[in-house]
Ligand binder design. Structure first.
Ligand SMILES: *Cc1c(COP(=O)(O)O)cnc(C)c1O
Length: 228
């Protein structure tokens, strides 16, 4: 647990934020760099969706939390293809499918093993060189090939505005992501039905909800500052 938030504060934070989030929006508690005790505290306060950004770290915590069998695990960070198998085996969702190569690797593993993974495509709505994710043009040319990866469940889009975007300006970016998902859904791909929008973090989630987010990924606002 960080010094910033005790278990009781975590429960208070969750209760307070819940009141501002429509019940249809899934809160994914981001617990990277936090101990499994933090996950347990949030679980006891009612959350069931947890997001991690590193495979090894997540697997350690999953072992410590085996008794909490109804957790839905979300991989939210950039994934190297050599970790794809572990994600398929130990996670229900992956939010950051950011290349065709990764999608094809996951698809091949899913076909071999008969496991289903809910996938979001990470897309950069505005150019943002340091970040992972599909550029728009790159995404459109990849879509027919992603559509061929039909052993995966293509659930939605994920986006993160460039660092230091003023929060009120994020809403426009999030609205563009929603419009893009609609556009893709209308384009007639057999396996791309993107109903989920994973967008919004501690600093900008109200704007993401206003723009139609279905999943918000919250860390700091629930647990306090992360240990570095
Ligand atoms: C760390 C992280 C979050 C949570 O960020 P906070 O600002 O602490 O809410 C959300 N999404 C991703 C992809 C992250 O890596």
């Amino acid at each position: 647990m960080t010094a910033a938030a005790t278990f009781e504060q975590v429960a208070d934070n969750i209760a307070r934020i819940r009141q501002t989030v429509p019940p249809t929006v899934r809160i994914v508690a981001v617990t990277k760099k936090l101990p499994s005790a933090a996950i347990r505290a949030a679980y006891n306060a009612g959350l069931r969706d947890f997001g991690e950004s590193q495979v090894q770290e997540a697997l350690t915590k999953q072992r410590e939390l085996q008794d909490l069998a109804d957790i839905t695990w979300h991989m939210i960070g950039h994934l190297q293809t050599n970790k794809a198998k572990q994600v398929l085996e130990h996670f229900h969702w992956i939010h950051a499918v950011d290349s065709l190569r990764l999608a094809q690797k996951l698809n091949q593993l899913a076909a071999d093993r008969g496991q289903l993974l809910q996938c979001c495509l990470q897309v950069k709505m505005v150019p943002d060189p340091p970040k992972y994710g599909f550029e728009l043009e790159e995404l459109w040319s990849a879509l027919p090939h992603l559509d061929d990866c039909h052993h995966l469940s293509w659930a939605g889009l994920m986006t993160i505005p460039p660092l230091h975007t003023p929060a009120p300006e994020t809403e426009g970016i999030f609205c563009q992501a929603r419009a893009l998902a609609d556009q893709i859904n209308r384009a007639g791909f057999a396996h791309l039905n993107l109903q989920q929008l994973s967008m919004g973090m501690s600093s900008d989630y109200p704007y993401a909800i206003a723009a139609g987010a279905t999943m918000i990924r919250l860390g700091t606002i629930l647990f306090g500052p992360r240990p570095s």
